[in-house]
Write a protein that binds this ligand. Structure first.
Ligand code: UDX
Length: 409
């Protein structure tokens, strides 16, 4: 099928490359000329595992190309995916062909019908309308796009549903075909539930600490209930990223606008706001007043395997430490420069070793695989005092002999 993808951010580009890899002919367009140029040269404008090779492969095979105008993107397409923050006016509709426009952006239930439809109608061209929320995890976005574990399709009628289903024919996973509004809602429901799981795990781990119970064992027992499962129950310094905080906030405000007070989701946000304080408390317990102390933050992006700093918990951690007079040093394999721009008071260095050198304490904020390989010796030989707070539960406490080691739960 001829597909065009408007918006070449992580979601758009990974989806485009995945469709092209599966044999469709894909055309990409982005309003940003430098991004178009980068992508067409085979240079992804962001970090995402496997995307560079996969992009180059589909460019070479001529199954994917980037064009300079919206017209050129839309003209040959049967299906147009909108992968942009805010859908804008579609201009490239010169013929009378009925195209299927699919909203992949995360938008509140009703937006596709109430906002996108009038824009398309104003163009006077025939169209069908669909919604296909993405469930891509950053760092694994390409893998998730290539091998989804479920597909949710919203359609404005049976013909749209047929077109959308045929796009995912090769995916061996459950497909839910529903209406536009429901498909939009499923995305918010999913992210809100996952965020709730994480906030629950954080709170439960805090309670386990207070009650003198090992979270590890509780987690195992809890996860054995097939209705619960053990995933997304890893406690730490809270969730961040481009989706969870934003989507939960959006659902809370939408609820309020419609006369529902979403108390549970408000509590999820409130709990997440303060969870990082547990990590700071561990440092203070060990080191007393943090004024003048050198504290390293390992991992500045909102999680490992990404360069994305949106809503990273490293922000409140760094700001809190700075406000207490600590000298804060940060390291991240990818996100250092971006983080520096937002919190320039943090000294961003180029390696774990440099970050730990002479440090009085460290907080592991990112779950990068390289951090999980750190040993007790690494901390003991480089730090002034080996006080380590594992904010992502990636180190084995049994192997941390000699380290003043803390983790939540
Ligand atoms: C999420 C969803 O997983 C994805 O389906 C959706 O499309 C976009 O939002 P992402 O933001 O990339 O993906 O990150 P994810 O891996 O889900 O983690 C989100 C946050 O929760 C991170 O800060 C992570 O560290 C935290 N988290 C996750 C935990 O603290 N504990 C967990 O058990 C899982």
């Amino acid at each position: 099928m001829n597909i065009s993808v408007v918006g070449l951010g992580p979601v758009g580009l990974c989806s485009a490359v995945a469709f092209a890899t599966q044999g469709h002919r894909v055309i990409g367009f982005d309003i940003d000329a430098s991004r178009r140029d980068q992508v067409s040269r085979g240079e992804p404008p962001f970090y995402e595992k496997g995307i560079r090779e996969a992009l180059r492969k589909v460019l070479r095979a001529k199954r994917f190309s980037v064009v300079d105008t919206m017209d050129a993107a839309i003209e040959p397409a049967a299906v147009v995916f909108l992968c942009v923050g805010t859908p804008s006016r579609e201009d490239g509709w010169r013929d009378g062909k009925r195209r299927t426009v699919v909203v992949k952006s995360t938008v509140l239930p009703g937006t596709t019908d109430n906002v996108v439809r009038p824009i398309l109608e104003a163009s006077g061209r025939p169209f069908r309308l669909g919604v296909n929320p993405e469930f891509l995890r950053e760092g694994r976005a390409l893998e998730d796009a290539l091998r989804p574990d479920r597909v949710v399709l919203g359609a404005d009628g049976p013909e749209t549903a047929r077109v959308l289903k045929s796009l995912y024919r090769s995916s061996k996973c459950p497909v839910l075909a529903t209406d536009l509004k429901t498909a939009e809602a499923v995305k918010y429901a999913t992210n809100s539930f996952l965020a709730t799981k994480v906030a629950f795990a954080d709170e439960l781990a805090n309670l386990c600490d207070a009650l003198g119970v090992s979270y590890d064992e509780v987690h195992k027992g809890l996860g054995l209930d097939s209705r619960i499962n053990p995933r997304f129950l890893v406690p730490g310094v809270g969730f961040g990223g481009s989706c969870f905080p934003k989507d939960v906030r959006a659902l809370v405000s939408a609820g309020r606008r419609h006369g529902v007070e979403p108390r549970l989701l408000e509590a999820v946000l409130a709990q997440n706001e303060v969870q990082y304080l547990r990590a700071i408390a561990f440092l203070e317990e060990e080191l007393g007043d943090l004024n003048g102390k050198r504290i390293a933050i390992l991992g500045l992006a909102f999680k490992g395997d990404t360069d994305d700093i949106r809503e990273t918990r490293a922000f409140p951690i760094a700001r809190s430490l700075l406000s207490k007079g600590a000298l804060v040093v940060g390291y991240d394999p990818l996100a250092g420069p971006a983080f520096s721009k937002v919190v320039p008071e943090v000294k961003v260095v180029d390696s774990v070793k440099e970050a730990l050198a002479g440090a009085d304490g460290t907080i592991l904020q990112g779950d990068w695989p390289a951090f999980s390989r750190l040993t007790a010796k690494d901390f003991m030989t480089t730090m002034a005092t080996p006080v380590v707070v594992d904010g992502r539960r990636i180190l084995d406490p049994k192997k941390m002999r000699g380290v003043r080691f803390h983790r939540i739960g």
